[in-house]
Design a protein around this ligand. Structure first.
Ligand code: NAD
Ligand code: IPM
Ligand code: MN
Length: 345
């Protein structure tokens, strides 16, 4: 909190479409929650290229004084770039944001499948994401770290969530092959499950999970999974929510909660003004509701997004009436007008 008692949000646009969707989310947060203070900060691959630091010192200082972080997306090239590490991974690990919550809900829109309401609880700090690899061009090895401590805290997060939802947790792993690593994750999840007799627990191998998620997504409530599986499954699940442009997430743990769309910097559409800002808007709603305990404002923001989509307005990634295709900024203006009670649509 600042001296004036205002909650302070550190805003990191990042790279690519982060510069387009985050300003929309900030304006909507201003409209729905007037008492917030926004502190812009730089980070990402463009920042690294320009300044030699992916997360400059002043960005760390801004994060230090923040109650929450609104993050866009960063670019993380597939080739090695000496000195560059994907910013979002550094933030998750340094801020000990151990839980990445990635919900998928059927949008109340014609033509899209109804009845999906699931949330992936992705372990966010370890697994293959410890990024300890070595290799000589002939032979390469990656370390996969699973600890009881990290497995237990994400499992507790998942079971607590399930208690407030449909009371079911699906533990997703590959313990039939990875006996030690996935074996530990699975064993700890099943131990934690014993403390939640009111919550149904099922387990599923990740390959079968990929199939069931495509075939019958309605059967899931909370999906508890290690880091990399959660990354992959959340892009898959996003399809039921209208695609990557609609998929929000919230990273939670010890440091300030960090909201970010599931999508990346989308270089194929960056700069065109057509990125779907809904993922960023719904991430901001999660930050308000879950991260900052401002449930009413979060719900109002979500309601505004659904109202504008429900009236047929959409960016070109969504199907729908041609005449109602709008730009990123126009979508944002409609949401803000709705929130301010001004004429819209
Ligand atoms: P991506 O999520 O950026 O894009 C995948 C596809 O989805 C693209 O066709 C893109 O146009 C579309 N898409 C994504 N967001 C959209 C939106 N809001 N509206 C409309 N369409 C949207 O994934 P990618 O292309 O594999 O990765 C691009 C870069 O982003 C890479 O450098 C990758 O490492 C990085 N990345 C970053 C994050 C993050 O910052 N959290 C997440 C994923 C990927
Ligand atoms: C995500 C992204 C990141 C991840 C990348 C950009 C490092 O794909 O947030 O889903 O793998 O976690
Ligand atoms: Mn991803």
């Amino acid at each position: 909190m600042t001296r004036h008692g205002k909650a302070r949000i550190c805003v990191i646009e990042g790279d690519g479409i982060g510069h387009e969707v985050v300003p929309v989310a900030v304006e909507a947060m201003r409209a729905v929650a007037p008492g917030l203070e926004f502190v812009p900060a730089e980070a990402g691959f463009e920042c690294f290229r320009r300044r030699g630091a992916a997360i400059p010192e002043e960005t760390w200082a801004a994060i230090e004084g923040a109650d929450g972080i609104l993050f866009g997306a960063i670019s993380a090239p597939s080739e090695e770039v000496p000195g560059y590490e994907p910013v979002i991974l550094t933030l998750r690990q340094r801020l000990r944001l151990y839980a990445n919550l990635r919900p998928t809900v059927s949008p109340p829109l014609p033509g899209l499948r109804q009845g999906v309401d699931l949330i992936i609880a992705r372990e966010n700090t370890e697994g293959l994401y410890v990024r300890t690899e070595w290799g000589d061009g002939e032979f390469a090895v990656a370390l996969r770290v699973i600890t009881r401590e990290a497995s237990e805290r994400i499992a507790r997060t998942a079971f607590e969530l399930a208690r407030r939802r449909k009371r079911k947790v699906t533990v997703v792993h590959k313990a039939n092959v990875l006996k030690k690593t996935c074996g530990l994750f699975r064993a700890v999840a099943l131990e934690v499950a014993r403390d939640y007799p009111d919550v149904e627990v099922e387990e599923m191998l990740v390959d079968a999970m990929a199939m069931w998620l495509a075939k019958a997504p309605e059967r899931f409530d909370v999906v508890l999974t290690p880091n990399l599986f959660g990354d992959i499954l959340s892009d898959e699940a996003s399809v039921w929510g209208g695609g990557l442009g609609m998929a929000p997430s919230l990273n939670m743990g010890e440091g300030p909660p960090l909201a970010e769309p599931v999508h990346g910097s989308a270089p194929d559409i960056a700069g065109k003004g057509i990125a779907n800002p809904v993922a960023a808007l719904l991430s901001a709603a999660m930050l308000l509701e879950i991260g900052l305990g401002r449930g009413e404002e979060g719900r109002k923001l979500r309601e505004a997004v659904w109202a504008v989509l429900g009236a047929g307005y959409h960016t070109p990634d969504l199907p729908g009436a041609e005449g109602k295709a709008v730009t990123t900024a126009e979508f944002g203006e409609l949401v803000c007008a709705y929130l301010r009670g001004e004429p819209w649509g």
